[in-house]
Design a protein around this ligand. Structure first.
Ligand SMILES: C[S@@+](CC[C@H](N)C(=O)[O-])C[C@H]1O[C@@H](n2cnc3c(N)ncnc32)[C@H](O)[C@@H]1O
Length: 207
């Protein structure tokens, strides 16, 4: 089992119970995301966690395939979908590399609080581009700790060494947006929800 999977499996129960830290920023993220979805859309979410966001967006999309590297997160998501009687969100234990996605193409791909956790971000973004229909949108929000100064690199490195943090790419906002543009996606909207820690909201369209 890869380290990231172990880390997030261990975290899942606690993650499910932790409240949203900044509700206003979260509501803005949901509202801006809904602006790009429509009732017929086939949507992929990657790194869906325990599914809170997918379930809140379900009424604004056709179907959502909500995926995560952690089977524990996916289990919790499935239970929440059942409790809330939402049957248009499919929770699937998968990463972007999953071959089952090869034959699919989506109107929208969503990645909230995920891109900074992916080693090999350029390859991941190129895969996301490949999974989008022409004209489809990639909606993401990523923590850009590089905006908070150089000290964060050693801090995150030390936390990772003792098992308190997963892999984290300490990026600046400009680096993140350059990665997205280099993958062939056109940035159409950005925001900071919340500004601290700097959480960059980026919507990018596949031409
Ligand atoms: C910080 S949580 C964010 C969860 C949710 N998107 C949210 O905004 O609350 C990061 C999630 O990404 C998942 N994850 C980490 N690395 C991943 C990868 N390589 N592929 C798919 N999911 C991954 C973790 O299991 C975790 O559920």
């Amino acid at each position: 089992m890869p380290n990231a999977e172990k880390f997030w499996d261990k975290t899942a129960e606690r993650y499910a119970k932790s409240p949203v830290k900044d509700m206003a920023a979260y509501e803005t993220t949901l509202e801006r995301t809904r602006a790009y979805l429509s009732a017929e859309d086939d949507v992929l979410e990657i790194g869906c966690g325990t599914g809170t966001t997918a379930l809140l967006l379900a009424a604004s999309a056709g179907r959502i395939t909500a995926t995560d590297i952690s089977s524990n997160m996916i289990e919790i998501g499935r239970k929440k979908a059942k409790d809330q009687q939402v049957d248009t969100v499919d929770f699937v234990h998968a990463t972007l590399d999953d071959g089952a996605l090869d034959s699919r193409s989506f109107d929208a791909v969503l990645a909230f609080n995920l891109l900074h956790l992916l080693p090999g971000l350029p390859a991941a973004l190129s895969r996301i581009n490949g999974l989008l229909k022409p004209g489809g949108v990639f909606v993401s929000k990523s923590v850009c700790l590089g905006e908070k100064g150089w000290l964060w690199r050693p801090v995150v490195g030390a936390a990772r060494l003792v098992g308190l943090a997963p892999y984290v790419n300490v990026m600046r906002i400009a680096e993140l947006e350059a990665f997205i543009a280099d993958a062939g996606l056109e940035v159409v909207e950005t925001g900071l929800y919340p500004p601290s820690p700097p959480s960059r909201f980026v919507v990018a369209r596949k031409p």
